[in-house]
Design a protein around this ligand. Structure first.
Ligand SMILES: Cc1cc2nc3c(=O)[nH]c(=O)nc-3n(C[C@H](O)[C@H](O)[C@H](O)COP(=O)(O)OP(=O)(O)OC[C@H]3O[C@@H](n4cnc5c(N)ncnc54)[C@H](O)[C@@H]3O)c2cc1C
Length: 413
């Protein structure tokens, strides 16, 4: 747990003033999006709106609130960023997810490790939504255990030549740049022989192949890298220090994850949905089983809200949330699956009949149900989060790691 776990439910006077400033700006700048049906748009149709909204936020200093103002950010705090996200979520706006890896992970990593030229050249375009970035970490045999990365980088004069395969690369098909972890030295233990770069996704030898998902979308990809040349100037951190850089990136991801919403029930979606359904000719909300389910979820969501308050309190006092993020994500991902599965059951056959473009017209609960398994994997699987809680909250011993001190080239697998 983070050190300061005493909860504070209220904005400080400074936070309140900031919230008022944000509310006013949002009121003045969101009118043009109010009546647009983004839910029914394809990615291709929605992206220009997302870029326009992102550019407006960048111009007003809201695109990357904690980033130093000399780098184009808002020069604010993590807490201010959370306040902005909370208020922004109240409006009908285009999907911001195209930029979330760039802003949440690539941008702070670049701001910490890239040289000044690249920072000046690339960060403004990332902030304004002109460029999309992806994260090339996972591979067929490296996911939960990122230290198993096999994509090979070999130094050749002023370049590195990279060969290998990445997978689950969200927005890879739309991306201009990516951050990538590679194996530069297999003769040392696995966490010591990694090197981190940023990569131009239009480089020769980068082959992005979309993966078709159960929900009909293709938001993530396989990325094959064949003799891709990355200039040494695009190395982030020292040669062999890729693990440290990756941990910094993942810490930023955890920080960004702290801004997650509280789930469907709190947002009123499930209540609205259940109010619109009848069971045996009566409103579903009158059914005692449905009411029991609602009560269970309500208790869970209240618990999540208090965990969120712990995270916000940690942010507000300037520290990074610890195991609270793992607890919140574990419960929320499972509850989301449970709630949406129940809603789908109530839709009877309509809940499972999905054909082609009909996906766009599905109720939000069904769409979310189809994404739920992914939510339980991305950013740490349920089992990995349980390990984190076991070790950091319950103080149980760490898992035994037999390959920790063995040269990577000697590790079987
Ligand atoms: C929607 C989505 C988006 C993603 N986007 C990206 C992206 O943009 N970039 C990127 O690089 N990656 C991305 N990923 C990949 C994601 O980071 C990995 O899927 C995740 O880390 C799990 O790795 P894995 O799939 O290799 O599963 P594995 O790590 O192989 O796990 C397989 C199973 O074993 C369990 N397991 C593994 N280790 C342990 C352990 N020590 N103790 C107990 N159980 C264990 C896991 O919980 C899981 O059930 C995305 C994934 C999803 C679902």
């Amino acid at each position: 747990m983070s050190e300061n776990t005493a909860m504070n439910f209220n904005d400080s006077p400074e936070e309140l003033a900031y919230r008022e400033h944000v509310c006013q700006w949002l009121q003045e700048n969101t009118d043009e999006y109010r009546d647009i049906d983004f839910q029914s748009m394809t990615e291709h149709e929605e992206l220009p709106y997302s870029r326009r909204w992102q550019a407006a936020k960048a111009a007003a200093g809201f695109a990357a609130i904690p980033l130093a103002s000399e780098l184009g950010g808002g020069g604010g705090t993590a807490m201010q960023s959370i306040i902005f996200s909370q208020e922004e979520a109240k409006y009908n706006l285009p999907f911001y997810g195209y930029f979330s890896i760039g802003l949440g992970m690539a941008m702070p990593t670049m701001a910490t490790f890239a040289n000044e030229t690249f920072k000046k050249q690339l960060l403004p375009k990332l902030l304004s939504g002109e460029h999309i970035w992806c994260q090339l970490f996972s591979e067929p045999s490296a996911g939960s255990d990122l230290g198993n990365v096999r994509t090979r980088a070999i130094k050749d004069s002023d370049d590195w030549v990279v060969n290998g395969q990445k997978v689950w690369t969200t927005q890879g098909h739309l991306s201009d740049y990516g951050i990538i972890v590679t194996r530069s030295d297999p003769s040392v233990p696995k966490h010591k022989g990694l090197t981190f770069f940023f990569l131009d996704m239009k480089s020769a030898g980068v082959d992005v192949r979309p993966i078709k998902q159960i929900n009909g979308e293709s938001e993530f990809n396989e990325v094959y890298l064949t003799d891709v040349r990355i200039p040494d100037s695009q190395r982030l951190g020292n040669e062999g220090d890729g693990w440290k850089v990756a941990l910094t990136t993942l810490m930023f991801e955890r920080q960004a994850g702290s801004e997650h919403s509280l789930g469907l029930l709190e947002e009123g979606d499930v209540m609205d949905f259940l109010s619109s359904i009848t069971l045996d000719g009566k409103p579903a909300l009158d059914d005692s089983y449905v009411r029991g389910k609602l009560a269970d979820w309500y208790v869970k969501m209240r618990g999540l809200r208090y965990i969120l308050y712990r995270r916000l309190t940690a942010h507000s006092s300037g520290s990074v949330p610890g195991a609270e993020a793992a607890m919140g994500k574990l419960v929320e991902a499972q509850a989301t699956l449970d709630m949406t599965r129940f809603c789908m059951d109530l839709l009877d056959l309509n809940g499972i009949a999905i054909t082609g473009s009909a996906f766009k017209a599905l109720p939000k609960q069904v769409k979310t149900y189809l994404k739920s398994p992914g939510i339980r994997i991305a950013g740490g699987t349920d089992e990995i989060l349980r390990n984190t809680i076991a070790e950091r909250v319950l103080g149980l011993p760490q898992e035994i790691r037999t390959d920790k001190h063995v040269p990577f080239s000697d590790v079987k697998g």
